[in-house]
Ligand binder design. Structure first.
Ligand SMILES: Cc1cc2nc3c(=O)[nH]c(=O)nc-3n(C[C@H](O)[C@H](O)[C@H](O)COP(=O)(O)O)c2cc1C
Length: 164
């Protein structure tokens, strides 16, 4: 079983990295194969709204989404999205990855294609933020909900920490 973790902070050894690597270590101890992607180190071009995915079912942009991440997202049984809060949502680096998953949305909702792993793939959210407002994680949770839906993962839970 592949547990795929996306680390969305641009800080190399920051709070999100600490949280996600502990999560991945625990998954390994339970017998999972894990892969942690440092999103800020990847070459991920933000969506250009070329609409090719909605007309043809694939994204023509030639970058690390095409070379590695789309395939990993299909292979993974668990997808963990780890990000600090930046202005009440995920970081821009992580949002670029999420937006590029419009191609999965198109395949699912326009082309009506069924991913064979759709019933077993699970999504999990990890996040940290500096302040402590009641609504701090609401924007992130909403975006994550629709990301997980597009990649055919059930939103199985989240661990979010304030005042970090
Ligand atoms: C551009 C930017 C925007 C931020 N926006 C918020 C915010 O809206 N609310 C909040 O509580 N913290 C905000 N923070 C603070 C980070 O979420 C916090 O410092 C977090 O612990 C950083 O995690 P990291 O070490 O994994 O990067 C922001 C930080 C930056 C750099």
């Amino acid at each position: 079983m592949l547990v795929l973790g996306f680390q969305g902070s641009p800080r190399k050894k920051g709070n999100t990295h600490f949280l996600l690597s502990n999560f991945m270590r625990a998954a390994e101890k339970l017998g999972a194969q894990t892969q942690l992607i440092e999103v800020a180190k990847q070459n991920i071009v933000p969506c250009k709204e070329l609409i090719v995915c909605e007309k043809k079912g694939y994204c023509p942009i030639d970058d690390d989404m095409k070379h590695e991440i789309y395939a990993l997202l299909r292979q993974a049984e668990v997808v963990v999205l780890g990000t600090p809060i930046f202005f009440y949502n995920m970081t821009a680096q992580m949002k670029a990855l999420v937006d590029r998953c419009q191609t999965f949305w198109a395949r699912k909702y326009i082309f009506k294609l069924k991913d064979p792993a759709r019933k077993m793939r699970r999504g999990f959210l990890l996040s940290v933020a500096a302040t402590k407002g009641k609504n701090l994680f609401e924007g992130l949770e909403l975006t994550t909900k629709y990301f997980f839906d597009a990649i055919d993962a059930s939103f199985d839970g989240s661990l979010t920490y304030r005042e970090i």
